[in-house]
Each structure stands twice: as structure tokens, then as C-alpha cells.
Ligand binder design. Sequence first.
Ligand code: ZN
Length: 427
Amino acid sequence: MGSMFLLLFGVLFLQKLVKLGLLMLNANYLRQHGLQVPAKFQTVISSTTAQKATQYTLENSRVGVYEIAYETIMLLAVIFSGALGILDTWVASVVTQGLWIIPVTYLQGLLYVLTFFIAITILSIPIDLYKTFSIDQRYELNNMTFKLWLMDFFKGILLITVMTTLLLLPLFLVMDLFGAYWWIAGSLLVVAYQYVSYVLGPALIYPLFHKFTPIADGELKDAIRQLCNKLNYSLQGIYTVDGSTRSNRVNAFFSGIGKFKRVVLYDTLIAKLSKEQTLAVLAHEVGHKKHNHIVKFFLLGTAGKVISLWVLSLLLNYLPMYQAFGVASPSYHAGLIIFMVLSGPILYFTKPLVSFYMRKCEYEADNYALRAMGSSEPLTTALVATVTSNLNPVTPHPFYSAFYYSHPTLAERVAAMEQAEKGIICE
Ligand SMILES: [Zn+2]
């Protein structure tokens, strides 16, 4: 094993250590601070709720420790058992001829990658089941039946299979056709693929799992129509989703580019929040659209993918990379998988930057909602209701939230809105 790979394996294990360290740091902090409610929220959050959220987070942290141990063992097993090499021999023995115009090597590559992805999905089952049917069940967050879980699981496998096939076969072709510069053509392909999934995802993929319905006629819809007119946003793009069939969590999101873009409000949110609060959340989601956040994430994702493909193109024929994983000879498919195993932990260390950028977008959307509603009150109270319903800890360790959180904490968001409100009054 070359020194370069010792270094890479060092990064792999450093990542597991950092992950564990952050988890424990946050758990210890919550044990000390998570039982009291910060003075500012004492009138709106009861200490019982704060304690419940803390207990919930601590239980998940404990599972998180096992999860890290499990991942580390799996990683060691993959490296030292030569599983990727064994898989390579297996696919070559199973697939011995091409199909129609598809060459045999492409089919072998497809089977290789799919087997790996599906194995990873299956390995994640025990932890997923425990979190859903034990922890979430006890904390009254879960509404999923085992039958629904099973259906989601198989639909998920089917989706992975279709999406991987649609991307991988053209990618193999591009790799064959363009020689050392395949990554340029490959980038165009990946971006086009990503664009199509951004546009069609909300219309074709999400409905496989959830039922989307336009907002029902009534008082809420009338109020939404009024707000949409004021914000110059199309009412057609607003849906509710049957989130309550799976969980009691309150949520809303904006997704998609172009024709099928939509703001989605969970039925749980509509049930728990007042009309004013729902409107404030809606305005926040419209704020994401007005600030072009989806387009910006798309561009950011594109840049990441182009860089990844370029690095992959440099490593694709580097024999020691394959040997380190027990794979006898270079191939597109083994190269792809090894690259994914190696790049995951490296990308992990870019998480704080991505989280920081995402939080910046959340502040922008909050600010937009504040202006749309003319007051911070409805969004603030909506956030309190969301945080308490979802059992999010009110006081995570600042370092932990800075590293992982895609949304600022409740205290941070409320403080930013108060600050902005002062600004508006002074203007
Ligand atoms: Zn948001």
C-alpha cells in the first residue's frame, strides 16, 4: 500500500473520529444546558418540552455512536476483505454477454455499482428501523406502519436502480468516446441529468412516496391567494403533502426549477399552526424562490460534481488505488465506487462551509417573510411551534450546530429577525 493511501485511510478514520467527537461534545453540552429553557423563550417553551427534546436528541446521539462504530467496521471490512475485488470477479462471471447495443462491460459495470448501492441501503436497515419504530415511536413522532416502511424501502431500491441505470450507461459511453478529456463531456452529461431531475423531481419522483394536493378551498386558501397576489407568486405552485402518514414532524419546503417548481406545506404544519403562522412559513418558502436559492444550490452542486469528475479522471488508471482495495485491474465501475468511498470523508470536512451557506439562505428567506408579513411575530411563533413539535434541541452546542445545521438555531433566527425589524422601523 502506497504512502498516498495510508494518508487517505488516515483521513477516512480522522473523519470517523471528528464525527464521534462532535456527537459527544453536543451530547455533553445538552446534558448540562438542555434541561433549562433560555430566559427569552421561557414564556413560550415549557421546561417539560425542552427536557423531552433533550432526551430525544440524547437517545439519537447514543444510536449515533453505534452508527459510527458500524460504519467504521464496514469500512475496515471492505478494505481488508477485498470485497470490491470479489464483487468484480462475481459480476464478470454473471454477465457474460452484451444486450442489444449495450456492451458487456457496461452491463457488468452497472451490476457492480447497483449491487454496491443496494448493499449499502440494506446495511442501513437496522439503524433506520430502530430510529423509526423504537425512538420516534416512543416520542410520538412516528406514524409509519411497517407495511408503509417496507413499501418505501422497495420503491427506494427501484428508484436507485432506474436513476443509476439512466446515468451510468451514458456515462460509460462518454468515458469510452472522449479519452482523457471524458470528464468535460461527463460534466455536461451529469449537469443535464441533474437539471432534468431538478425540473422533473417534484412532478415525477416525490409523488412516488407522497400524495400532493393543491390547497383545499376555504379560509386558508383565500388568505394564501391574497398573500400570493401581494408577493407576485403563482397560487398554482402551492401544495399540501400527506406528511402525517409517516410522521408528526412539522415541515415545509420549496423545490424544483421551472415549470414544476412548488412550495409544499405539510398537513401537520397546517394542522398545528395558525393561519397567520402558516402564511409566514409560506412567505419564507417564497423567499427562497425570490432569492433564487434553488438555482444557487444547483450551481454549487454542479461545481462540486465537475471537480469530482476531474479528480476521478486523474485517478481512474492509477493502479495502486485499485490494489489498495483488492481490485486486480482498473475499470470504470470499480474506479467510481472506490472514488466514492474515498471522497465521502473528504467532502465531510466541507460540510461546515455548505451549512454556513445554507444558513445564510435561511436568514434571507426569514428576512423576506418578515417584510412580507410586516412583523416578525407570526414567523417567530411558527418557528417555536415547529422546533417544539419536532423535538429539536433549543440549545445545541454552538460548534455542533455551526458544523451541521442547515438552519440557524431558533435563538439565532429570532435574534436576526429582531435586528432586522429594528432596521425596518428606522428606515
Ligand atoms: Zn428555509
